[in-house]
Design a protein around this ligand. Structure first.
Ligand code: 13P
Length: 122
């Protein structure tokens, strides 16, 4: 089954909720995982069910990275905040790197997220 991770920094959480609503019917068909707060907000604001990992600053990015390392994920939408430094920047870099190592589809902005979700539908 297609397995997708959804992650957003605080400034981008409204965007990922909007994205999930737009593609809700498609996302319903997938196994979904998310970092802690992103997952909680998505379950509040949509009818989607997600497996929640730890919050990003507490290791959630690394937990999702571990799934990438096991080739368990088909795609990741990670809406990063490009204007603010994050305390857990090393974890974020690790997740981006392991996606490149395993050639796992990763979208870090809404425009590429739209391509990713359309690609998964094919
Ligand atoms: O910090 C994050 C990704 O780096 C996201 O974590 P939360 O979804 O818990 O806010």
């Amino acid at each position: 089954m297609t397995r997708v991770a959804l992650i957003a920094h605080d400034e981008k959480k409204p965007d990922i909720i909007e994205f999930a609503r737009t593609h809700e019917e498609q996302l319903q068909q997938y196994e979904l995982i998310a970092t802690g707060t992103t997952g909680a907000q998505l379950m509040e604001e949509t009818d989607l069910e997600l497996e929640r990992k730890e919050s990003g600053p507490l290791g959630g990015d690394l937990m999702i990275g571990a799934e990438v390392a096991e080739d368990r994920l088909d795609g990741i939408v990670f809406l990063r905040d490009p204007l603010r430094a994050q305390a857990h920047e090393p974890d974020i870099s690790a997740l981006l790197r392991i996606c490149d190592v395993h050639d796992t589809a990763l979208a870090t902005n809404l425009a590429s997220a739209t391509f990713l979700i359309e690609g998964l539908a094919e």
